[in-house]
Write a protein of this length. Structure first.
Length: 116
């Protein structure tokens, strides 16, 4: 029997400023800005499913995601694209194959939204 579960518990995202990153992620995900910043450098984004932890201690230009390590789900890719454009998010692709697009957070981490 294998003691390692086939589950992802959390994804750590390197950010340069924990307060600004918390506000930005909560804004694009439609979440209230609540919860505390732990140990001066961690913020757990309240997610359904796999967690996201913003971490300013691990931030460096070398650690920024240059390829998406995960994607956010959407039921409507066109609405998600228009929403992110309205937030002036740095979108790096068009909607590809009517299914997904990439964008960057304020620290340059490359992220993805994908139709589920």
């Amino acid at each position: 029997m294998n003691p390692i579960l086939n589950q992802i518990g959390t994804v750590f995202i390197p950010v340069s400023n924990i307060e600004k990153a918390r506000d930005w992620y909560c804004d694009i995900l439609g979440l209230p800005v609540d919860g505390e910043i732990l140990f001066g450098h961690l913020y757990v984004v309240p997610m359904n499913g796999t967690s996201i932890v913003l971490d300013s201690k691990i931030y460096s230009e070398e650690n920024v995601f240059r390829a998406p390590a995960f994607h956010f789900n959407t039921n409507n890719i066109e609405e998600a694209y228009a929403f992110m454009k309205s937030k002036n998010v740095d979108i790096t692709t068009q909607i590809e194959h009517n299914h997904w697009f990439n964008f960057k957070d304020p620290d340059g981490n490359l992220l993805m939204i994908c139709k589920c």
